[in-house]
Design a binder for this molecule. Sequence first.
Ligand SMILES: Cc1cc2nc3c(=O)[nH]c(=O)nc-3n(C[C@H](O)[C@H](O)[C@H](O)COP(=O)(O)OP(=O)(O)OC[C@H]3O[C@@H](n4cnc5c(N)ncnc54)[C@H](O)[C@@H]3O)c2cc1C
Length: 333
Amino acid sequence: MFDDIPDLYKDQTADTEEEGWRYVIGDRDARRPPELLTRDHVARCIVREVKAGRGSPHGGVFLDIAWIKEKIPNAAEHIKKKLPSMYHQFKQLANLDITEEPMEIGPTTHYIMGGIRVDGDTQASTVLGLFAAGECAAGINGANRLGGNSLSDLIVFGKRAGEYAAIFAKENGHGTIDNDEVERIAKGTLEPFEREGGENPYTIQQDLQEMMQELVGIVRTEEEMVQALEGIEQLKRRSANTFVPGNIDFNPGWHTALDLHNLLTVSEAIARAAIERKESRGGQYRDDYPAKDPEFGKVNVSLKKDADGRMQIARVWIPEMPVELKQIIEEMG
Ligand SMILES: Cc1cc2nc3c(=O)[nH]c(=O)nc-3n(C[C@H](O)[C@H](O)[C@H](O)COP(=O)(O)OP(=O)(O)OC[C@H]3O[C@@H](n4cnc5c(N)ncnc54)[C@H](O)[C@@H]3O)c2cc1C
């Protein structure tokens, strides 16, 4: 980790293991060790090790926290107290004692930074009467959500969404419902039960998951992502022919068949937006554009479907931050 500290964080990051250790035990003059850099950076370092052939048997790396027993007495008790759920999970699921042995870890999807475009004050989306907050809404975290910010996002913007949705409902009533459309959609959802045969929805989901991890994952290139878009088109065709055996009640296979449409839509939106953003910023890392482009700092990439269901892409200017807010941020240092 010491070999790859981003310039932006050099001043705040320890130079040596000895300094990193002092930080961990509370020395206020020491800087944090590079293992505690942002999650996107740590994830890229793991991928780099794996790609260089230094990975662990299951395609990850080893994380060793047991070594602190060389430094402090009662290390095992200390680890159990600090990381109780991690200790129990590894012990129960993998029969591995992380106070004694290194654990095998690897990066996976953690958070979706993009999402439904909403108004920052009311959380209203561009679909009249639809409000969104939390991980499905876009904007608040920029290109990289810092640890813990999802909880505060949910509390603040969930409250706003609820309040404004209630006001909207009071003012507009519930509108009229197109029963023909409801019937058409209900009929479509039952098709996976009615086919004579077809594909297992789990197989399609797994193929999508593996393809997105491989081609639109932690380190991306245009060539790979264009390949992924072709793959998504193939998966769309396959997902129109799913077959689900069993009962309609509590049938996760059926739920997966219904989810496929949304999974494929979101995957396509992610790939298209990532191709459009020809730079690296936060969680988006492009091997073909490894630097940040200041011009992209001024825009969001926005996608919507046209009448034929094709995704249209646009760059939307981000409004200037109000002067009062800039002042507050400057005062906070
Ligand atoms: C491993 C991990 C660790 C994390 N650690 C932290 C942390 O330490 N601090 C932090 O702030 N954030 C953390 N996060 C992020 C945070 O947990 C999520 O961003 C947050 O829980 C999102 O909340 P949400 O209500 O927006 O969405 P969700 O919690 O995903 O809720 C969406 C709900 O909608 C339901 N749903 C989906 N589809 C349908 C449908 N068609 N019909 C009806 N219901 C449906 C789902 O079942 C789910 O219950 C972590 C995330 C992960 C994956």
